[in-house]
Design a protein around this ligand. Structure first.
Ligand SMILES: [Zn+2]
Length: 113
């Protein structure tokens, strides 16, 4: 991978991590326990509980992506074969890495699994 591409990906990762951090703070706030006597405005308590579990799932997904991106940043820095597919060892297209820098597989290999 070219130095220029590495630099671009590094910036993308930093940007995405910053966005995720904001999301995580917001979602954390939405997953606080719901007190039984809480007046939740338009929402009924059942709806609030349903919404809370949706937000908890979103929080977990964001957290997982955060770890994967942090890991990708390290690999980008220290591993020469960053951007190579783990299965077929072909380069993962840069356009894919720009959207998902944490990808470790090319599209055909990812779809085969
Ligand atoms: Zn592959």
């Amino acid at each position: 991978m070219e130095e220029m591409e590495k630099k671009e990906l590094k910036n993308i990762i930093i940007e995405q991590l910053a966005k995720l951090e904001i999301d995580l703070v917001g979602l954390k706030d939405l997953t606080r326990p719901i007190s039984p006597d809480n007046a939740i405005g338009r929402l009924t308590r059942m709806e609030a509980i349903g919404e809370k579990s949706v937000n908890e799932a979103a929080f977990k997904a964001a957290e997982l992506r955060f770890h994967r991106l942090t890991d990708a940043a390290k690999r980008l820095e220290f591993e020469d074969d960053f951007g190579e597919c783990l299965i077929c060892e072909e380069p993962i297209p840069f356009s894919r890495l720009k959207i998902m820098p944490e990808s470790t597989l090319c599209v055909p290999c990812a779809e085969d699994r």
